[in-house]
Design a protein around this ligand. Structure first.
Ligand SMILES: CC(C)(COP(=O)(O)OP(=O)(O)OC[C@H]1O[C@@H](n2cnc3c(N)ncnc32)[C@H](O)[C@@H]1OP(=O)(O)O)[C@@H](O)C(=O)NCCC(=O)NCCS
Length: 166
């Protein structure tokens, strides 16, 4: 799965992304806000993660996509995961390298992913969650049309849960 928007190219994550995944997983500004990437803070953990996600993409079970800027510069990750074709649902997650915040990249990448999720894969509903403290991510979700539907997690104030219907 790959697509382009403006000067950005979005493609499947590959082994060549290992070092970028690990260095960003160690950055607290990213890791403290994204519960997925922080697990991949060593080369061996990140390698297993990339290989697992490549298998999932082959089976249309999940998509872990790298956003590249000019000169193939690694810019971040957008994922569509936990796809359930019976229920017609999937979850999105994302993070950008720190130098790429504030440029509208992730909002535009999500908007380009939506036709793939809804029209090509045939999903009916997408879910997302953000820490209640993660105002940037809440703005992103609201900008692309997600609605907050509740709060919860380990504490009642941990996450906002968001949904977007086709
Ligand atoms: C969450 C995260 C991806 C949001 O990144 P971001 O750059 O703020 O989000 P966007 O790409 O939508 O950029 C929006 C900003 O770019 C600006 N912008 C510039 N050009 C734009 C364009 N063409 N379209 C939309 N916005 C644009 C907007 O004004 C907006 O700024 P504002 O938030 O001050 O209003 C980023 O903060 C991040 O990686 N955080 C750490 C990991 C994380 O939190 N992941 C999500 C877990 S739920």
């Amino acid at each position: 799965m790959e697509f382009s928007f403006d000067k950005y190219f979005v493609r499947q994550m590959e082994i060549k992304d290992l070092k970028n995944i690990v260095s960003n997983a160690k950055n607290p500004e990213i890791a403290n806000n994204n519960t997925v990437v922080k697990k991949y803070n060593t080369l061996s953990k990140a390698k297993k993660y990339i290989q697992k996600m490549q298998e999932k993409e082959e089976n249309k079970e999940g998509y872990e996509l790298v956003i590249e800027g000019t000169g193939s510069a690694f810019g971040g990750v957008l994922s569509l995961h936990h796809i359930d074709y019976t229920k017609g649902t999937g979850y999105i997650g994302y993070w950008l390298t720190r130098d790429n915040w504030g440029k509208g990249i992730i909002s535009r990448a999500i908007i380009h992913l939506l036709p793939f999720a809804f029209n090509y894969l045939g999903l009916k509903k997408l879910y997302a969650k953000t820490l209640v403290t993660n105002l940037r991510s809440q703005k992103v979700l609201e900008r692309v049309g997600f609605k907050a539907v509740g709060k919860g997690g380990k504490s009642p104030e941990e996450y906002y849960f968001y949904e977007l219907n086709r």
